[in-house]
Design a protein around this ligand. Structure first.
Ligand SMILES: *[C@@H]1O[C@H](CO)[C@@H](O)[C@H](O)[C@H]1NC(C)=O
Ligand SMILES: *[C@@H]1O[C@H](CO)[C@@H](O)[C@H](O)[C@H]1NC(C)=O
Ligand SMILES: *[C@@H]1O[C@H](CO)[C@@H](O)[C@H](O)[C@H]1NC(C)=O
Ligand SMILES: *[C@@H]1O[C@H](CO)[C@@H](O)[C@H](O)[C@H]1NC(C)=O
Ligand SMILES: *[C@@H]1O[C@H](CO)[C@@H](O)[C@H](O)[C@H]1NC(C)=O
Length: 492
């Protein structure tokens, strides 16, 4: 692949919603994903390029290239697909030889096969510079007849005319598809067909942000080459099949934002390669299975907004690769586990709004790389551990709406560093040392110790009053880290 501006734009366009969230969260003023520094782009390109499955269909004997390059039957299939999908061009006229080097249309890639002909290996539709889809576009099942096709991307393509993922197994049989990515297609409805399991070379299956419903077909879990499976933001119901444990090569599993019920199957512990697990915003019940402690490579785990209860797995401390643990909004109602303090790679720990009680374990202060800690809206009691003041990378700390008491143990430089990203409000028993309170002009929502509480409550300041310069420099590093990690793990 060439390093053209097209590549760059495509890269930005494929940045998925987590990245978007990071951008919005950490670069609130930046509304274009392209507005990154050049070194960062290079870094991203590196991850991007190094994760592209290589195409090795070029044969040393393939010199006798036929005059037109393509098999007429394949060209005809391609034109049928184009005519049914896009009215940007009159494809047959403007690009009569679609694979011809130098004149191929955007959104298509071709490679020479062992037979000497040029074959379509990649189709990319929906957003410029690729062909856009017309309102009547429906899912072109003919793509599965293009037996050299390796990657398909349809992004924001099926938007008006309802269409389903209809496929017949015999067509899929000859397909060598490795990546099928159908994202943000609000008119893509109906179930995920079990026949998709005939795509036996599939490594990346992304069906995110469509309106797919029904249950996740068990047969999908026989696709044992799968590396990434993303079914997030659909209307999928039913339980997570136990067969999920068959996908031994899986690195990323995202089933978030569906209506899945039942418990997390303990077979998930068989996914020894897993680095990202996102099951957030479903209706999952039960507790996190103990088997999860076998996922020694897991770096990102999100379980927020479910109905998970009970205790954490006994082997929680074995998750030594964990950098992000996001588990807000679950009815846990237990004390905070001390073991989190041993997960030294943690950068973000979110346990808000989950009924945690007891005191904050001082062990949390060992998390030297922690940048975000969210414990708001629980039932935590006792004092803030004094050692918290030494969390050297923290830049977002929310302990609001608990029952914490005592003197806030942060000195003025800590308070200045966090600025408006420190929230201690809604803890009536907390108070701030007068020395600290007067040296910084930042409100953290607590009163001054020993004073008339009625008059001296320091209100949280408005955004415009916060010390912006400081926050930018402190928030930049975690954001870049998260961004790079994202591209390493989740580029699909
Ligand atoms: C699959 O490929 C083989 C050989 O390449 C061919 O003979 C057969 O007709 C193809 N099957 C289908 C369903 O296209
Ligand atoms: C903390 O982060 C730094 C920089 O990202 C990294 O070099 C270091 O290994 C991390 N420490 C741990 C314990 O993961
Ligand atoms: C504030 O506390 C930190 C951590 O204990 C310490 O390193 C720093 O020197 C203190 N700063 C001031 C101004 O006291
Ligand atoms: C802390 O959490 C509360 C409750 O969710 C939220 O309203 C507030 O904006 C948060 N504060 C910060 C600084 O993020
Ligand atoms: C705070 O105000 C209330 C009523 O406004 C009053 O009854 C109470 O005594 C005041 N508390 C203090 C500590 O002044």
């Amino acid at each position: 692949m060439k390093l053209t501006s097209k590549t760059t734009i495509h890269l930005a366009a494929t940045a998925d919603r987590h990245t978007q969230t990071f951008i919005i969260q950490y670069f609130p003023k930046m509304n274009s994903p392209l507005a990154f520094s050049f070194p960062l782009l290079l870094l991203l390109l590196f991850f991007f390029l190094s994760s592209i499955p290589s195409v090795s269909t070029i044969s040393p004997h393939a010199k006798k290239q036929p005059p037109n390059g393509m098999l007429p039957s394949e060209a005809e299939t391609l034109f049928k697909i184009m005519d049914s999908m896009s009215s940007d061009q009159s494809w047959r006229v403007s690009y009569s030889n679609p694979c011809k080097p130098g004149s191929s249309w955007p959104g298509i890639e071709c490679k020479q096969g062992n037979d000497g002909y040029l074959h379509v290996t990649r189709l990319d539709f929906g957003t410029r510079p690729n062909p856009t889809c017309k309102k009547t576009a429906t899912f072109p099942y003919q793509i599965f007849s293009l037996s050299y096709l390796q990657s398909v991307f349809f992004f924001s393509c099926f938007t008006h005319t309802k269409t389903t993922l209809s496929v017949s197994a015999d067509r899929l049989y000859n397909s060598s598809l490795q990546q099928l990515s159908l994202r943000s297609n609000p008119a893509l409805v109906g179930p995920i067909p079990p026949q998709i399991s005939s795509l036996k070379f599939l490594q990346i299956l992304t069906l995110s942000q469509n309106r797919l419903n029904g249950q996740i077909p068990v047969k999908i879990f026989s696709l044992n080459s799968l590396v990434h499976l993303d079914l997030s933001y659909n209307l999928l119901a039913g339980t997570i099949p136990v067969q999920v444990g068959n996908l031994r090569n899986l690195v990323g599993l995202d089933l978030s934002y569906n209506s899945l019920t039942g418990s997390i199957p303990s077979t998930i512990g068989q996914l020894g390669m897993l680095q990202k697990l996102d099951l957030s915003s479903n209706s999952l019940t039960g507790s996190i299975p103990d088997s999860i402690d076998k996922l020694s490579l897991l770096a990102f785990m999100a379980l927020s907004n479910n109905k998970l209860t009970g205790n954490f797995p006994k082997g929680l401390a074995k998750l030594q690769s964990l950098q992000y643990f996001l588990m807000d909004d679950n009815p846990m109602f237990i004390p905070l586990p001390v073991e989190f303090g041993i997960l030294v790679k943690l950068q973000e720990l979110r346990l808000a709004n989950s009924g945690y009680s007891g005191s904050i374990p001082p062990s949390f202060s060992q998390l030297n790389n922690l940048s975000t800690l969210s414990l708001q809206n629980n039932r935590l009691t006792g004092e803030i551990p004094v050692v918290f003041g030494s969390l050297s990378h923290i830049y977002h700390l929310n302990l609001s709406r608990n029952f914490l008491d005592g003197v806030v143990p942060f000195n003025s430089s800590f308070l200045k560093r966090l600025g408006r990203n420190l929230d201690l409000s809604g803890n009536p028993g907390l108070c701030l040392n007068p020395a600290e309170a007067y040296s910084v002009k930042i409100g953290i929502g607590v009163s001054i110790c020993g004073s008339n509480k009625n008059g001296s409550l320091i209100k949280p300041v408005k955004k415009s009053q916060a010390p912006r310069g400081l926050q930018k420099s402190f928030s930049l590093f975690p954001a870049l880290g998260a961004f790079a990690l994202h591209y390493m793990l989740f580029l699909v």
